[in-house]
Ligand binder design. Structure first.
Ligand SMILES: *Cc1c(COP(=O)(O)O)cnc(C)c1O
Length: 283
């Protein structure tokens, strides 16, 4: 896909910025970038992170880490299955050391005692939180705004899928006055995320979260979403997946059709990638 294209679907028109034109791992590349630089500067030779079995973030670190000379460790939620899924198989093929832990142990991923035990077990490493969302991740994501400027894209409002909110926070932190960014939340009942983002980017007020596009919950793919994705792909040639980008475009089209929120505004939707995770769904 080109970096930027016009989309026309169902009487709606908007532009699409495809981050996978920059890196196959999409938004996760932007969130990783400055973390890998920091890890280098701090003299680490390995990076440890956390995620579920289909995590785009774990998959992205496994791909990008070795390119910069890092060993990588993935602490994966859940017991090791008899057969690894394609995402984890590829991660292992890239050299990532997979460490499976029960859900209960996984919940301790922010406790210092547990993190010390991981250091004892794996040796010194740069610690990357789940989803890659930390200050360096947010700063890296802010470069998505630079990308739009470099390519002289004329826009008023950006729309992006939202998980931890790191990508949204990075973008919001660098937007020019008068422009906005809206995150379509991929999780149900995640209203608390608003406060977490406020803490990440204090004083920044050009962003919103839409909580009506989760389609039943995180990684849920009801038939209407699946049908939409297949129809959209066939009609536009743009691939989507159900966890993030499919929900984002589905909800954006609803907003364009049923509200005047974007009347007379130039909208750019940001395709964050994640297509590897589509293999976890029956399409
Ligand atoms: C991780 C991910 C997101 C969410 O990014 P956050 O910074 O956690 O909000 C969106 N889209 C895709 C494809 C992702 O992999």
């Amino acid at each position: 896909m080109p970096l930027l294209q016009n989309v026309n679907y169902d009487n709606c028109e908007f532009q699409l910025l495809d981050l996978t034109a920059i890196s196959p791992v999409g938004n996760k590349y932007f969130k990783l970038k400055r973390n890998l630089e920091a890890a280098s500067a701090q003299g680490f030779d390995q990076i440890l992170t956390f995620g579920g079995a289909w995590s785009n973030h774990v998959h992205a670190l496994a791909q990008v880490g070795p390119e910069l000379g890092f060993k990588t460790i993935g602490v994966i939620r859940g017991e090791r299955p008899e057969h690894l899924n394609p995402a984890l198989t590829e991660a292992e093929e890239c050299g990532m050391r997979l460490h499976f832990v029960s859900r209960k142990v996984y919940q301790q991923r922010e406790s210092q005692v547990y993190l010390d035990a991981l250091t004892h077990f794996f040796g010194a490493h740069y610690l990357l939180p789940e989803g890659g969302t930390n200050q360096a991740g947010i700063e890296g994501a802010s470069e998505i705004v630079d990308l739009l400027a470099e390519h002289e894209v004329a826009y008023d409002d950006l729309v992006v899928p939202l998980g931890t909110g790191g990508t949204l926070a990075g973008i919001a932190s660098k937007l020019a006055i008068g422009k906005t960014v809206t995150g379509i939340c991929a999780l149900k009942g995640a209203e608390g995320i608003f406060r977490q983002i406020k803490i990440m980017i204090p004083g920044v007020r050009n962003w919103m979260i839409d909580h009506d596009g989760h389609c039943g919950g995180y990684a849920k793919c009801p038939p209407e979403l699946k049908n939409f994705i297949l129809d959209f792909e066939q009609s536009t040639g743009i691939p989507l997946e159900p966890v993030y980008t499919g929900k984002m475009i589905y909800r954006l089209l609803q907003l364009l059709q049923t509200t005047d929120e974007y009347a007379d505004r130039r909208v750019v939707a940001i395709h964050t990638g994640g297509l590897q995770g589509r293999r976890g769904f029956d399409f």
